[in-house]
Design a protein around this ligand. Sequence first.
Ligand code: SF4
Length: 722
Amino acid sequence: MSASTETKSTCCYCGVGCGVIITAEQGQITGVRGDPDHPANFGRLCSKGSQLHMTSTPLIQAQRRLHQPMLRQRRDQALTISDWDSSIAYVAERISNTVAEHGPDSIGFYVSGQLLTEDYYLFNKLARGLIGTNQIDSNSRLCMSSAVAGYKQSLGSDAPPCSYEDLDHADLVLIIGANPAYAHPVLYRRLEAARARKPEMKLVVVDPRRTDSAQDADLHLAIKPGSDVALLNGLLHICLWEGWTQAAWLDAHTSGLEALRDSVRDCTPEQTATLCGVSADDIYLLARWFAQSAASLSLYCQGLNQSSAGTAKNSALINLHLMTAQIGRPGAGPFSLTGQPNAMGGRETGSMANLLCAHRDLSNADDRAEVANFWGIPEIPAQAGSTAVDMFEATRKSKIRILWIVCTNPAHSLPAQAQVRAALETAELVIVQEAFRDTATAAYADVLLPAASWGEKEGTVTNSERRISRVRAAIAPPGNARADWWIASQIGLAIQTRFPQHFPHKQTLRLAYDNTEQIWNEHRELTRGRDLDITGLSYRLLEQSPQQWPCPEGQHTGQARLYTDFRFAHADGKARLICTPYQPAQDKVNARTPFVLSTGRLRDHWHGMSRTGVTPAAFAHQPEPMLEMHPQDMEARFLKHGDTVCIRNTRGQQIWRIRANPALRSGMLWLPMHWGEEFVWGNANGYTGLGVNNLVSPALDPKSFQPELKFSTVSLQKQSFP
Ligand code: SF4
């Protein structure tokens, strides 16, 4: 009988990035506990992380995991088990021939914030370097691309300036568009502990719902959905009017003050109160607390990001920090939280359609030349690729012919599901690289490539506070599943060797690696001299302790806080004050669609539930999805708890059971994002409707291209079944 082993790794759920210790025996993961030495969690785990071992029990490994490659050569055939050599050769041939016939932009890569940094780097190199296309985007587009765009336009770089330890130093914490009590629980426990130690610390929550985070707040502003920019502009107006801004500091460290001052001149407390649906007194109180606290920290996430005005919301919040000089000091700064475990790694490797490696910009010719020189290829194409929603639209219109989907489930998670599924049906070849065989997207695959999962692979991830942690394998993957980077590497090598005529000048591009450390070393070299310089971080150093970036060569610890000298990342060192006029959401409330539908996370579930859906404990908190509505709205429509209702808009219709929730604003509906069409209540009664995301708006922010997942309008009627 083999001895039990213990392996240090990182939780694969949210962007808090908690360290875990995995116990394993006889090739099976038998337990998980928090790593007391990890600076993100100091041994704590939430309900999701502490159940991670339940997601790879022998039964799940046997029944749900993909063990072998599977493929079909025609759509009317069933998938059959294949082997790696045949599958790699088939994919390499189909990609090469399609590139030859339709050009490199006919291949699309849709990757994921669940990938490790080394996986991300290699897919990026495969797409841009070998194939010669920028048609690579990540599902992180759905969760934080507005934060990227906001940081870049305001501060000059996609660099969250804060650390978790800032929670200990803050005097006021503003949570806006986030519910960390559910979505970032271990970080929220840290905030609770800081408040217990420091009772004078203020907590303000801005959220249309009275969430668990809001219930703990000293002040909760339940604003109308989508009115965040109006509120933030109103707060700025008050700070200017009352003289709470820092004139000398602003003059030295920012530009754009006059234009911003003009743009918020009419944003009076009264007008703001009307637009936001909260009292002018509460708005005034928040402005005073924020400006006059010794250190104000804001935490924000999807409520700001998932919006057609997501970039404006981010910059409006950063404006408030800059105008009151609440940045660059312990406990002060705009701190975006990431939803996925390695959304940050995707940003660092440039694995999004408009980015390039190590925070380079695709639109910058010098940046493209640097990467091309480093990789030893003639050029990186200048044409930006399609971003997530548009990638599927381009596929539906046959501009993209082959879609390679890695470690994500767009048939569940993208908005306007009917269009997404039409795209998957239109594609000439759908390659799905997955750990699980039963996702909604796997059903569309022509080629299924079995991927190693959490606890089975090596690499690194970066959490919300820029801290890079090692991810380690505790057991071997089941069957013939392989690491994601290995699959990219092998298919790239097959393309290089078998079809050199289609990829001239790409024969010396390195795609062969023995392990993730070799990939890491190459990735970190590309960061040399950049704002995220990690040339000082070796795997050996990361084995000892997770580190924050930047950490240039010669240093042994990373940097906890950015902009401490108030020199920002724009060329002149000044931050930009950005005018952010308030724009309502794109779906309109009217007589036909009088309700605003918003979606979000439950405490114990994760994304499309491919993991938490097999953890019985995850259903104890809420066993089934129910549409939530304010009790007065229910009463006005003669609805009672448990009734079935049909919600509709131009994108589709669905039937859900309804329950009263006084935590919502009147006029709002709320659904958890986790359940797909198999759980839509009416579907069990002969009524067809895709999962919640089919009703969700695909409207995009014009700068971040992030879809407006938080604001869709619908009608509602009581539904009776015969
Ligand atoms: Fe995992 Fe996030 Fe929970 Fe930490 S807070 S254990 S990273 S899900």
